[in-house]
Write a new protein. Structure first.
Ligand code: NAP
Length: 248
């Protein structure tokens, strides 16, 4: 049993990797910081470390080429980041990089591995999306938009797989704030409590093995239900108070 986890050196991806290791999976773990990956996984014999910057789409193709003959059972698309602030003020470069990582890398890896999974009628893909994918997010507009892309892509492809009675399972994990390095990278402070990253990863992995389409931690279920029934003007008004930029 083999799994590929992107963003496996920190936060949700690190704990998803631990869960899969405990279940006996051989892992291919990806992040940019090789030394950090080596420090975390040094003692694990069944882990292959791959240091790549997935903001570069050529590296996504390269990653697929490296692993296409390895009979991967699970792809966890997880590496991602955000940025907070007024859209007119935030860094265009950081946002374009974010779109490359949060959207293009997920898209490329999902498509390439899905084609192989569909051919053999077996495999799982877990896209780490976010509660942010279900709504617009003032003061974090670009990040929320990247997650909307993942939510809508995952849902549509899920339906296609269902209609084909495919043996391939597609899930997306949609937590609210999780206690990771995310806030530091995104210069953000959320005005809602965060959940523990280990707990979040357990929920994600459990949900994936239960073939759940949408995996939402219990602390966000009411928010999800309210977003679904509320007019967009109300969602915008409430959500504009949910996050603020902090400069350290
Ligand atoms: N934390 C939250 O509140 C929250 C809530 C909902 C959804 N999410 C989503 O959960 C996912 C994981 O985030 P996290 O909270 O666990 O954040 P994190 O602790 O900052 O971890 C991000 C991981 O992605 C890797 N990464 C970042 N840029 C990369 C790149 N260009 N190429 C390859 N790997 C890269 C990082 O390693 P390197 O820096 O070494 O590359 C690290 O391993 C993201 O998609 C995020 O949007 C997070």
């Amino acid at each position: 049993m083999k799994a590929l986890v992107t963003g496996a050196s920190s936060g949700i991806g690190l704990y998803i990797s631990n869960e899969l290791l405990n279940l006996g999976y051989d892992l291919f773990v990806v992040a940019r910081d090789k030394k950090k990956l080596e420090k975390i996984y040094a003692k694990k014999k069944n882990v292959t470390i791959i240091s790549l910057d997935l903001e570069d789409k050529d590296n996504c193709y390269k990653l697929y080429e490296m692993l296409k003959d390895k009979d991967i059972d699970i792809l966890v698309n997880n590496a991602g980041f955000g940025d907070a602030g007024k859209f007119v003020d935030t860094s265009l470069k950081k946002e374009v990089d974010m779109i490359h990582l949060n959207v293009i890398s997920y898209h490329v890896l999902m498509k390439l591995f899905l084609r192989d999974f569909v051919k053999r009628d077996r495999g799982r893909i877990l896209n780490v999306a976010s509660m942010a994918g279900f709504m617009p997010g003032p003061y974090m507009a670009s990040y929320y938009a990247t997650k909307s892309y993942i939510v809508n892509l995952t849902l549509a492809v899920w339906e296609e797989l269902k209609k084909d009675e495919s043996g391939v399972h597609l899930s997306m994990f949609c937590p609210g704030p999780v206690d990771t390095n995310f806030n530091h990278v995104a210069n953000v402070k959320f005005n809602v409590p965060s959940i523990d990253a280990e707990k979040a990863a357990k929920i994600a992995v459990e949900g994936m093995f239960k073939n759940k389409k949408i995996i939402i931690p219990s602390n966000m279920k009411l928010n999800y239900a309210l977003v679904k029934i509320s007019p967009v003007s109300l969602v915008l008004a409430v959500n504009s108070n949910m996050q603020e930029r902090v400069d350290e």
